[in-house]
Design a protein around this ligand. Sequence first.
Ligand SMILES: [Zn+2]
Length: 191
Amino acid sequence: MRMRKWLIVIALILVFVLSVFCGFMVKSYINFSKKGSENNAILAENTQENKAVNTASAEITVSPNSEVIMTQKFNKCGHTVTKREEAPREIVNLNREKVQEYFEGWNIDKFTPNEIEISKEVSGICGEHYVLRESDGYISISTKNDIGEYIFKGLTDIPVQYLPEDDLNNLEKGIEIVGRDNLNRFLEDFE
Ligand SMILES: [Zn+2]
């Protein structure tokens, strides 16, 4: 009878120890899986951030009223010629990658929805090397090409008839002017 009492006590102690042990195990398991899910949450957040960054860069596309600024650098004369024009319809809504494909051979220096700047180096001289001469009684304009040839562009409406002798002599030799603005300024002086 006494022996049985002891057995019950031992059994109770065992049950107590076991339940404490089990409780501990369960608690640490919960902690562990909590940490796991926390890590997963962080991972998911990062993935989302990455996605956001990716979409942001992919989302820059050409807007319909965008402009393209094209700069050509001519290696023989060192001049740059810049043109600004409306973006061609073909590139509207395209991203940088596709626009680069369209402007093959050009560098994209700036890419925003409303403005795209591209540039490239070109061999030879720019088309703004002018030579003024006298043709058919008027001042004529020619441009010089890469190999030093003069290409006739047309006559101005400035007659040479009343020009001073110095000007006539210079026109005889050919007056070289570089740049469209300089040309216009020079011709304005005659008018
Ligand atoms: Zn030039």
